[in-house]
Design a protein around this ligand. Structure first.
Ligand code: SAM
Length: 242
């Protein structure tokens, strides 16, 4: 099956899809009408962020909103498994890069993590982060928008970890990530530049997290989740046959 996005069509996001009609509004409408100069009769792709995507024709263009008519539904290309990444907060530009890349790879949940050794007390800029994630979804062909949690500490992470059937913590000296047993609902925790403290790793391990190694070399805090998520996606795809 061909899972590739409709490459030649510009993609937009809308959460107002009903009775065969789509309403583009706000920044998405502005982008379509003012920047890309879409006009009545043009065909575009629209996704709802919850896993659905449609090919649609613009039937009415407006400054505030435009109306589209659905032509056909696009098959789902989201992965049939769930990967959540709990990433320690890191410097702005590196955090932004992490958000973009982890979205492109297909992760379904992003959990900002407050850790002992984090040098950066990044202020949560939820709307800016959401914008980076949405843009990465539009560009990469994602149909689901990864959910973004408010920042939590290690105790908070342990508190929600029961929702996952595989819990991993990336820490040097662990079992190789390519060998560890997996399920289809995975949570992986990644430490800050200074790494997790001994106490943090201990707490996580006591709560059922398995320590995993990400190869022979020490990866930067933002590289580690990209490497880990890529390996997990490929392993789960091989296992499920796609
Ligand atoms: N000196 C720190 C330490 O020893 O933990 C290095 C931290 S590393 C720059 C940032 C985070 O990325 C780590 O806390 C870990 O979660 C992850 N990481 C990077 N390379 C890794 C590796 N080879 N194995 C396991 N985790 C790794």
């Amino acid at each position: 099956m061909d899972f590739s996005p409709p490459m030649r069509l510009d993609r937009f996001y809308s959460d107002r899809i009903e009775d065969g009609k789509i309403i583009l509004y706000g920044q998405e409408n502005e982008h379509a009408v003012r920047v890309l100069r879409k006009r009545t009769g043009d065909t575009v792709a629209v996704f709802d962020g919850k896993g659905n995507e449609f090919i649609a024709k613009i039937v009415q263009v407006g400054k505030g909103q435009s109306i589209l008519e659905i032509i056909q539904k696009v098959p789902s290309r989201e992965y049939p498994f769930h990967i959540a990444v709990a990433q320690s907060l890191i410097k702005h530009n590196r955090w932004d890069w992490f958000l973009e890349k982890i979205t492109e790879i297909g992760v379904k949940e992003i959990i900002p993590l407050l850790t002992e050794h984090a040098v950066v007390k990044t202020e949560a800029k939820k709307s800016r982060w959401e914008k980076i994630i949405l843009n990465a979804c539009k560009q990469s062909g994602r149909q689901s928008i990864p959910s973004l949690h408010p920042p939590i500490d290690i105790e908070g992470l342990i508190g929600i970890s029961g929702a996952y059937t595989t819990r991993l913590v990336a820490h040097p000296g662990g079992r190789e990530i390519i060998q560890v047993p997996l399920s289809s609902r995975i949570l992986i925790a990644i430490g800050p530049e200074g790494g997790f403290s001994g106490a943090e790793v201990e707490k996580l391990e006591e709560s059922g997290f398995v320590r995993v190694s990400l190869g022979r070399f020490i990866l930067r805090s933002e590289t580690a989740p990209v490497y880990a998520a890529s390996v997990l996606v490929q392993r789960l795809l091989n296992h499920s046959g796609g």
